[in-house]
Design a protein around this ligand. Sequence first.
Ligand code: SF4
Ligand code: SF4
Length: 205
Amino acid sequence: MVDYDLKKRYQIFLHTFQRELDRMFNEQKEFIMCKEGCSYCCEKGEYPFSELEFNYLLDEYKTLDNETKFKILENVARVNEAKSKFNGEQFMYDCPFLVNHRCSVYQNRGLICRTFGLLVEHDDDRLTMPFCQDLGLNYSKVYDNEIGQIVIEKDGNSLCETMPKAYRIAREHVLKLSIAKNLDIDWGASKTLIDMINESNMAEL
Ligand code: SF4
Ligand code: SF4
């Protein structure tokens, strides 16, 4: 049964969370190269989703035209074929909702999708660079791949005007934010996006 009240509370959560993320992206704009049509962050990942996030994403999927839905289902089939031949530990894939380098469910995308591109600080103080730093994109101007560290100065010259900043926006942290607790958000079980899709009735929507 659809819990409309939970969806409403999730929308309130998203509104606040997205506002915070917008502030972070703005604070870090010197290091952010994100622009329309850049979609590397949606082309290789596991994309963990909770049931709540996935059901919300499906609400937007249902409104898409048949042609777009067909393309997404073709993408799903392609990912599943690759998955069936995969023997390793961590299966990474193109997100099936990526169509022509654009997210087809952008308004209702998941939490992980919203945090792509920022520098993440984990509870054990470890930092994770956005993977696209390696592609010469976000934070690449202050990250030295040879020593695996952020470098803000080279040969006596400053490499940046503002300090790069990391945020506690790892998924495990976000799910436990106090606003989620205050809103009594029940996330449900989390799985990879492709598993969520495969266990849903998406093809019939
Ligand atoms: S996070 Fe990286 S890959 Fe994704 S849109 Fe931004 S710059 Fe491009
Ligand atoms: S749902 Fe959209 S934003 Fe998220 S990984 Fe897929 S294409 Fe990217």
